[in-house]
Design a protein around this ligand. Structure first.
Ligand code: NI
Ligand code: MN
Length: 227
């Protein structure tokens, strides 16, 4: 499995000719160096409805004629925007052509802002994405929670994308504990430095991981990692 980071929480995973993108927030992200129209994928996965995750989903799904896979209400919203969807929900797993998705809990909120209203977007989620025999755990936006231990015990996690930005999600200290509990072979910090409120030193986080014997690879937008 090859992972490419596009900034914020956006990761493109590919294996055996299949490509899946998670949380494609590109045109609104000052750090993204790829345009939505350049993305070629077989599916879009969404951890939750906030616009720094939903991002360019509709445009990408339409352009690629591919499904959006998300929790029930968020999938329903995307369907109303004219794209194909696969509604799922926490705890559910499904095999797709070339990849498997399982949804985990995440502790956060999830909504879509329309004018001055917030539309309910279902529960926020984490994603276990298996492709080419490797599993990526994308934690979504979440706090640290004790069942990450259990997620680490029940799954062989080859890579974990963990938010470190603080303020809206876990900060580096809690993400370090998450990394220990998940027993991930490599940790990729996400959800930082996009906005001033989530500024973090990813290299310091990586050093803290290394001190605990955990491999951590901060990727710059556009960089990739082979698992
Ligand atoms: Ni969020
Ligand atoms: Mn977010």
């Amino acid at each position: 499995m090859k992972l490419t980071y596009y900034g914020h929480s956006c990761i493109l995973a590919e294996a055996e000719g299949k490509r899946v993108i998670i949380d494609p927030f590109l045109s609104g992200n000052p750090n993204a160096n790829v345009r939505p129209e350049e993305i070629r994928v077989d599916a879009v996965l969404l951890t939750h409805g906030h616009d720094d995750h939903l991002g360019d989903t509709i445009e990408i799904a339409k352009k690629n004629n591919c499904p959006v896979i998300a929790t029930f209400e968020l999938a329903g919203y995307c369907q109303r925007q004219g794209v194909q969807v696969q509604p799922m929900n926490t705890g559910g797993a499904r095999d797709f052509d070339g990849f498997r998705v399982k949804w985990t809990q995440a502790f956060h909120s999830s909504s879509i802002q329309v004018g001055e209203q917030f539309l309910y977007a279902g529960p926020p989620a984490g994603i276990l994405l298996t492709m080419g025999g490797k599993t990526l755990y994308h934690a979504g936006d979440t706090c640290l929670f004790g069942d990450m231990k259990w997620i680490g015990e029940r799954n062989r996690i080859d890579a974990a994308a963990l938010p470190i930005g603080d303020n809206y999600t876990m900060g580096p200290e809690d993400a370090l504990t998450a990394a220990e509990w998940l027993k991930a072979k490599v940790v990729i910090p996400v959800h930082y430095n996009t906005f001033p409120l989530i500024r973090q030193d990813a290299d310091a986080f990586a050093r803290a991981c290394e001190e605990k014997g955990i491999r951590c690879v901060p990727l710059r937008p556009g960089e990739n990692l082979d698992l």
